[in-house]
Design a protein around this ligand. Sequence first.
Ligand code: G4P
Length: 530
Amino acid sequence: MANLKHEIERRRTFAIISHPDAGKTTLTEKFLLYGGAIQTAGSVKGKATAKHAVSDWMELEKQRGISITSSVMQFEYDGYCINILDTPGHQDFSEDTYRTLMAADSVVMVIDAAKGIEAQTRKLFKVCARRHIPIFTFINKLDREARDPFELLDELEKEFGIGTYPVNWPIGCGVSFKGVFDRDKREILSFSDLHKGQNKIKPTPCDITDIAKLDELIGEYQRAELVDQIELLDGASFEFDLEKVRCGELSPVFFGSALTNFGVEQFLENFLKMTTSPLPRVSGDTVVDPFDEEFSAFAFKIQANMNKNHRDRITFFRICSGKFERGADYFHVQAGKPVRLSQPQQMMAEERQIINEAYAGDIIGVFDPGIYSIGDTVCSPKKKILFEGIPTFAPEHFAMIEQTDSLKRKQFVKGVEQIAQEGAIQIFHEPNTGMERVIVGVVGVLQFEVLEYRLKNEYNVDVTRNNLSYQFIRWVKNKNIDIKKLNLTSDTKWVQDFKGNDLLIFTSEWNINWALERNEGLILEDFSTD
Ligand code: G4P
């Protein structure tokens, strides 16, 4: 029991988010280097040239030189056991990216100092905010020209409606980047020390009142600027409040440069102290304590078809309480059946390993013969619980898919339904029509290609795809409403999902507003928990 408590307490499970190119991979890599989990930089992500470290399972991934599915990495640092959930970016952005956030206890948001908040970060932030996940901000690339730090903080506060607390403050940027001032410890971490080849840069204690020392360290001009800025911050910015951090209302902000490894260790150390060990999860009216001895977990991601010859897949579970033991008897709540979780595995930076045990906070991938759906609960048979499902998020791209050979209808329906069950796509149909034609909705356009590829390779079905001009979908939350009587623009379409929920798809936000303004009491939502 003491061991269980110790193991869970030292776990930290977080997702890392950013807009492509802000430096997420570089920062992750530096974390792993600190943890000794990898030996060389360049081994985390399979960009065009680098090795596919984590998920080279699907042919398509290999062909495209990208990693489609988000990956999980575990490493040890300073007594902590850290689980990083990577979120796919670029065009491989998918609903998986959102769902990964459901499995994290906190989020590290990487922002390019020259660009500020960008589209993808905005989308991901919305999902974090809905769950009140603590958000830690790393403003990256200070070794390059950057925007004014006050302006960046202002943007975060205004756009995201949260407070910010800069833990450190940059002294210049680009060619005149001198380092950062640590506001709590009142010390300077000097960028020039980095180039002396030290493994760990030693900060120099130096408060802003020590003018002579500051002048020596950063020069008179930058000293004057720093003193003004720190006085302003100390007087006018939010005060540090750990409670607010932990409920996602205040984001601690760090400035640094991941590429040059500047400020990364300080970030990691502060972050690990400020963030929490695994948080309790809600199951109906009860809250499941991670330290409870009985095992429980929920599925947040399904990765299909690692072996083309078998329709097997790996389902990823986030452990919510207790300890997982290989070979133990568990209970799959949705199926109402006992299960063994076979071939349990974890990603240790570069490789997959079969594991014998894991604890609350950890992510395990298990062999799945097609029995799990996203959001399913698996738990100890002694204490059966049911976790709240994972919301379905609104797709943004739509296409009409039809099979080319009508004799293959059965395979087509099976394929589309199975792929939808894994959560890779969402399927809709026009009311009162069958399954000859389905409307497929995806969060990232690459999923269309994945769908076509998989239908052909796994189900032997060719399809034609017609992209539709819709961009927005909303679940109609009103019960007993007659959709046909709604006053809608002519290009708004009524569809249903396969649970029978009514939805409207729109070509523009203007059309959504039209619907809301002209139909009093209409409730539209961009996610669904039904
Ligand atoms: P991502 O995962 O968020 O998409 O970003 P990634 O880490 O791949 O970084 C994107 C580019 O930005 C990379 O350059 C990377 O080297 C660079 N970068 C990351 N952090 C910093 C930083 O602190 N300072 C500077 N100056 N650059 C940084 P690239 O040329 O696109 O790729 P590569 O050839 O270096 O891999």
